[in-house]
Design a protein around this ligand. Structure first.
Ligand code: GDP
Length: 444
């Protein structure tokens, strides 16, 4: 998502580099190119107009800074305007003063509502809440079961009409779910509603009826970022039919141009609260306009990366490993632990994609894959604890056994062991130079 837009904007802005002063003509030309880039990314026309208007006005206006050169100033303005279009400040979920907080999900069929319900449930649980999922999509066959499945995966119960009582009335289910939440002390209720392939009146009426009964603290409009310009018309229909307090963008991992993501806030006036970027329950996060903007401008989403690293990071283990570095005691067991910690943060390609400049290194990045890391993991797991602690003892016949056991070639095992020795030697040298590590002669 955003790859083309990101490439285009980066190159437009790069063209300004080295210019001492920008004339009005330079600014007009740049604005024209940004406009084309946004339109090609499928951003809605009114949004493009507003965006370009602001950028031009500010770039030509009095905003002259001593600290920045003209090109940097334009980058700064474009970045700030992108943040503004995406919603400005990060908007947090509103929680009710008197629980349960009721969150209602609305959107077209296939937009990712049910998946999102599971993601939201898991996320809320991690924040210390006790959510309850509510199945009010009683139209689509299997919708209830699908919600129960994602609920189980998230470790969160699902409230659904008892089987055998006919289809059930979604409004009634919604009403009873809030009582159930109070009884069983759930502090957040997530209501999944029915969607249709296109907007239709009956669906809107049903959603509005559910809304009137549960009086949601948040109504989240779930929209598939891959549907392009249609996202805008659908959002308008839901705004007028049911009303919503926030937007969730799904399928941001898809190969789309991203215009929907850039338009929906401006067009509906409602903020984007969350973004989904994959089918797994963990592929979900709070939406941060500033981080998304710097990602689009190719500055990399360093903040997200840092936050994820903090979550996955086990301080104690890492310090232990760092202390061992200096003394040359680092083992393959430590290596495996560190690798698993990094992998907790998500697929390695996603992580690398967040690094600054990653957009321009796509080909190289494609070669660092999870399959390779899986192989390394399998090889280390195939070793005995003694061998992991002291890889020197792994002789030729053991290497063959390990290779067979972990389904790789002997060459791969040799490669790993050799690289491990090299890395350990290099780290010891570095530890000596920089004075870290706990061993004699290592620490300060
Ligand atoms: P609903 O009809 O609105 O409840 O939509 P579902 O939750 O059933 O999702 C429709 C399809 O989109 C399913 O195949 C999901 O696995 C998939 N999906 C949902 N969210 C995402 C996402 O963020 N990325 C990708 N790639 N697929 C998603």
């Amino acid at each position: 998502m955003f790859d083309t837009l990101s490439d285009r904007l980066t190159s437009v802005l790069q063209n300004l580099r080295g210019k001492g002063k920008l004339s009005d003509a330079d600014i007009d030309a740049t604005a024209r190119e940004i406009r084309i880039a946004l339109l090609e990314a499928d951003v809605a026309l009114p949004v493009v107009r507003a965006f370009i208007g602001h950028v031009k006005e500010r770039a030509k206006g009095a905003e002259v800074s001593e600290a920045l050169n003209p090109a940097q100033q334009v980058v700064k303005i474009v970045n700030e305007e992108l943040v503004a279009i995406l919603g400005g400040e990060t908007r947090r979920l509103n929680l009710a003063k008197n629980p349960p907080t009721v969150i209602m999900l609305a959107g077209l069929q296939g937009s990712g509502k049910t998946t999102l319900a599971g993601k939201l449930a898991l996320w809320l649980k991690k924040q210390g809440h006790a959510p309850l999922l509510v199945a009010c999509d009683l139209q689509r066959p299997n919708a209830v079961t699908q919600l129960q499945v994602v609920g189980e995966r998230a470790g969160v119960p699902t409230f659904a009409p008892e089987p055998g009582n006919g289809v059930g009335d979604p409004v009634d289910v919604a009403r009873r779910s809030v009582d159930e939440a109070k009884r069983a002390q759930h502090d957040v209720v997530v209501v999944d509603t029915a969607g249709r392939l296109g907007v239709d009146e009956e669906m809107m009426r049903q959603a509005a009826d559910i809304r009137d009964v549960v009086q949601p603290d948040e109504t989240l409009f779930v929209v598939d970022a891959m549907i392009g310009q249609d996202a805008v018309t659908t959002a308008e229909a839901f705004r007028d039919g049911v009303g919503f307090s926030g937007v969730v963008l799904t399928k941001l991992d898809g190969d789309a141009r991203g215009g929907a993501a850039l338009s929906v806030r401006h067009v509906t006036g409602q903020p984007i609260l969350f973004a989904s970027n994959g089918e797994k329950l963990e592929d979900f996060d709070v939406f941060h306009p500033d981080r998304m903007a710097s990602r689009i401008l190719g500055m990399g989403d360093v903040l997200t990366l840092i936050e994820q690293a903090e979550q996955a990071f086990d301080q104690e283990k890492a310090e232990e490993a760092a202390a061992k570095l200096g003394t040359g005691e680092l083992t393959l067991e430590d290596f495996l632990e560190q690798m698993l910690a990094v992998r907790k943060m998500g697929p390695i390609g996603n992580l690398l994609g967040m690094l600054p400049g990653a957009g321009q290194m796509k080909d190289q990045l494609a070669q660092v894959d999870d399959a390779h890391l899986d192989r390394l993991q399998a090889i280390i797991r195939g070793m005995t604890p003694e061998e992991r602690a002291n890889p020197k003892m792994i002789n030729a016949s053991r290497r063959q056994r390990i290779a067979r056991g972990s389904g790789v070639a002997v060459r791969d095992v040799n490669d790993l062991v050799n690289r491990f020795f090299e890395a350990r030697k290099m780290m010891q040298q570095m530890a000596g130079r920089f004075g870290f590590g706990g061993g004699p002669g290592g620490g300060k």
